[in-house]
Design a protein around this ligand. Structure first.
Ligand code: HMG
Ligand code: MG
Length: 298
C-alpha cells in the first residue's frame, strides 16, 4: 500500500460539524472551539458558512465568528458561500478563502441549494469570477459523489463531468464528497479513476462521512490511489440537514490516530484535537462519535 510522507487535513468541524446540531451553540463557544483547533496545529479550518440563516440557523453568526477568532499567521480560515450574497458577507468578514458546493445528483442540488446543478454552476461562475478577481482562493465541494439520499447510485462519469466544470471555474481543489457515508473502499478507486481523467489528481481531496463505519477504510483506499488531502471533523461531529441519514464526518482524532500509526506527517496534535472535541462535546451536551475520543478515560 502507498502511504505518503505527508498528509493535509482540512478540519471542517466548526462548519460541517456544527451545522447539523439542533441546539444553537453560542458564538463565544464556537470561537473557543476554533481557537483550540488552531492551537492543535491545523493549517486549514473551515470555520463557518455564509449561507441563508433561514436555511441553516446555526451558521447565522458566521461574521461574528470570523471577527472573534484569533487568526494565526499562515493559517487558512475558510467558509462556505452559496451565492454572491454569501461572498459579499464573507469578504466583509475578512475571509481570504471560500468554498463553493455543488452536487453530482439533481435532487440533492435542489434540496440543498434550491437550484438545479446547471443553475448552481451559473451562480458559482459569478461567485468565482468575483472572488478570484478580489484575490481570494476558492475551493470546490462536490456532494453525493458516491451515492445520493434521494436518487441512489450516481455514475462516476457524472461526478467527473461536474468536477471538471468546477475545475474550469478556477477552484484550486475539489473535495470529492460522500455526503451520506455510503462509500466503500472498492468504490473509491472507481470514482477516482473517472475524476482523475478529468482533473489533476493533485487537486483532488476526499471528504468522507462515517455513517456506515467505512470512512477510514476509504481514506486508506484514497491514500493508496495517491490522494493526500482529506477532510475531517473534530470528534466526528457532523452531517447535512438536507441529506437524510447523513451522520458525522470522519473524526479527525480517528484519522490522526491511523495516520500517526502509518507514519504520515500532518502537523496536527491528536491530544489537542481531543481537548477541543471534549470542549464542544460539553457545550452540545451529547457524546460525539469519534472512536478515539470514546476510548479516552473520562
Ligand atoms: P433560496 O430560498 O432559494 O434563496 O435559497 P433566496 O435568494 O430566495 O433567499 C432566501 C432568503 O435568504 C432571502 O431573505 C435572502 O436574502 C436570504 P428574505 O428576502 O427572505 O429575507 N439569503 C441569504 N442571506 C444570507 N446569506 C446568504 C443568503 N442567500 C440568500 N448567502 C440558498 C437559496 C442557496 C440561499 C439556500 O438554499 C442556502 O443557503 N443553502 C445552503 C444549504 C446549506 O448550507 N447546506 C449545508 C452545506 S452543504 C454540505 O454540508 C455538503 C458538504 O459538506 C459536502 C458533502 O458532505 O457532500 C459541503
Ligand atoms: Mg459534508
Amino acid at each position: 500500500m502507498r502511504i505518503p510522507g505527508r498528509v493535509s487535513i482540512v478540519e471542517v468541524g466548526p462548519r460541517d460539524g456544527l451545522q447539523n446540531e439542533q441546539s444553537l451553540i453560542t458564538t463565544a463557544d464556537k470561537i473557543t472551539f476554533i481557537d483550540q483547533l488552531t492551537a492543535a496545529g491545523h493549517r486549514v479550518i473551515e470555520v463557518a458558512a455564509f449561507v441563508s440563516p433561514k436555511w441553516v440557523p446555526q451558521m447565522a453568526d458566521a461574521s461574528e465568528v470570523l471577527a472573534g477568532i484569533t487568526r494565526r499567521d499562515g493559517m487558512r480560515y475558510t467558509a462556505l458561500v452559496p451565492n454572491r450574497a454569501g461572498l459579499t458577507r464573507a469578504m466583509a468578514a475578512g475571509v481570504t478563502e471560500v468554498a463553493i458546493f455543488a452536487a453530482a445528483s439533481e435532487t440533492f442540488s435542489q434540496r440543498n441549494l434550491n437550484q438545479s446543478i446547471e443553475a448552481s454552476l451559473v451562480t458559482y461562475a459569478d461567485v468565482c469570477r468575483e472572488a478570484l478577481a478580489a484575490g481570494l482562493r476558492v475551493r470546490g465541494y462536490l456532494s453525493t459523489c458516491f451515492g445520493c439520499p434521494y436518487e441512489g447510485a450516481v455514475a462516476p462519469t457524472q461526478v467527473a463531468a461536474i468536477a471538471r466544470r468546477l475545475f474550469d471555474l478556477g477552484v484550486f481543489e475539489i473535495a470529492i464528497s460522500d455526503t451520506i457515508g455510503v462509500a466503500h473502499p472498492g468504490q473509491v478507486p472507481q470514482v477516482l479513476d473517472a475524476v482523475a481523467a478529468s482533473v489533476p489528481l493533485a487537486q483532488v481531496a476526499l471528504h468522507f462521512h462515517d455513517t456506515r463505519g467505512t470512512a477510514l477504510a476509504n481514506v486508506l483506499a484514497g491514500l493508496d490511489y495517491g490522494v493526500t488531502t482529506f477532510d475531517s471533523a473534530a470528534g466526528g461531529l457532523g452531517g447535512c440537514p438536507f441529506a437524510p441519514g447523513a451522520a458525522g464526518n470522519l473524526a479527525t482524532e480517528d484519522l490522526l490516530y491511523m495516520l500517526n500509526g502509518l507514519g504520515a506527517e500532518t502537523g496536527v496534535d491528536l491530544s489537542r484535537v481531543a481537548t477541543a472535541s471534549q470542549f464542544i462535546q460539553t457545550c452540545l451536551g451529547h457524546r460525539l462519535p469519534s472512536r478515539y475520543l470514546q476510548s479516552m478515560p473520562s
